[in-house]
Design a protein around this ligand. Structure first.
Ligand SMILES: NC(=O)c1ccc[n+]([C@@H]2O[C@H](COP(=O)([O-])OP(=O)(O)OC[C@H]3O[C@@H](n4cnc5c(N)ncnc54)[C@H](OP(=O)(O)O)[C@@H]3O)[C@@H](O)[C@H]2O)c1
Length: 275
């Protein structure tokens, strides 16, 4: 069945490649990019609808949701994929730690602003997380803004853990209304990832040693494409975290704690002034 699939972070890397592959499978892809120039290239290459947005500005997210609601009657899959690791601790125009906002909060808001359409279509919500949720995080539910302990790696690991907590709480709240949701790790992928960071990860991803441990973007997009293509077909289980198309328990144990799942949701709702 042809699906309408919204992908964020579709102007580069894994999201762009997933957009290509899902378009080739015959789905209607809506590509959300960040850089206007890169997004234009995706529109030209695939001939799909595109929008640009800066997730470091929550008003951009609100405008995006309004435009999607105006332009499309249905959405079958929302792939919350945009993200990255950044530099020194920085606050967005909305006053939130940037890594948390770009990777988690913006997607939390977008998802909630589209929720009635998503429910109406028994949609799937796919969140691009990372093994960083376990290996880099130092998560404190009482310090989401990282005022006490900050490094680019910790901020990134925590944000990727938030992607899993968000997935679990989405499942808790909306699975009975027909929503299916999953988080996944794409593999360590030779994309444009870590190009804006002051972390040493920049060297791992952007020097010749990368060939030793990174997979191609085409391979890195496989799990996202599979989750989106098979959504609603009961090929995968809602609420779970996937690696290489299989459920994985390699998650930080805090992601399994219902009180933390709920608290992240409640605090995120306050941060974005969700009614
Ligand atoms: N690469 C890896 O090894 C790896 C491993 C695990 C998880 N991941 C996750 O995979 C996802 C995709 O990353 P990637 O590897 O494909 O990296 P990438 O090539 O850098 O692509 C990142 C995408 O996110 C967009 N983006 C960045 N900042 C944004 C902002 N402020 N507002 C809106 N969009 C923004 C980028 O837009 P522009 O390019 O237009 O700025 C781009 O489309 C991320 O969530 C990342 O955390 C990656």
């Amino acid at each position: 069945m042809k699906k309408t699939i919204v992908i964020t972070g579709a102007s580069d890397g894994i999201g762009k490649e997933a957009a290509r592959q899902l378009h080739a499978l015959g789905h209607q892809v809506i590509a959300i990019g960040h850089s206007p120039d890169k997004t234009k290239l995706v529109a030209q290459e695939l001939g799909v609808h595109t929008y640009t947005v800066d997730f470091a500005k929550l008003d951009d997210v609100r405008k995006l949701a309004t435009n999607l609601r105006k332009d499309f009657l249905k959405i079958d899959v929302l792939a919350n994929n945009a993200g990255g690791i950044f530099g020194n601790r920085e606050l967005t125009v909305d006053g939130h730690e940037k890594t948390m906002q770009v990777n988690h909060l913006a997607h939390f808001l977008l998802t909630n602003l589209l929720m009635d359409i998503l429910i109406k279509n028994n949609a799937s919500i796919i969140n691009t997380s990372s093994i960083a949720n376990r290996v880099l995080s130092d998560f404190d539910i009482n310090d989401l803004e990282l005022t006490k302990k900050y490094s680019p790696q910790i901020a990134y690991g925590n944000a990727k853990l938030e992607n899993i907590l968000f997935t679990k709480e989405l499942h808790n709240r909306f699975h009975n209304s027909g929503i299916t949701t999953a988080a996944f790790h794409p593999g360590n992928v030779a994309s444009n990832f870590a190009s804006d960071t002051t972390s040493l990860m920049k060297y791992a991803y952007h020097t010749p040693i990368k060939k030793m441990f990174l997979i191609s973007v085409s391979k890195g997009a496989e799990t996202l494409v599979w989750l989106a293509d098979k959504s609603g077909d009961l090929d995968w289980k809602s609420g779970e975290y996937y690696i290489k198309k299989k459920i994985s328990n390699k998650v930080d144990e805090k992601s399994l704690e219902p009180s933390i799942q709920k608290s992240l949701w409640d605090q995120s709702a306050q941060f974005v002034h969700l009614k």
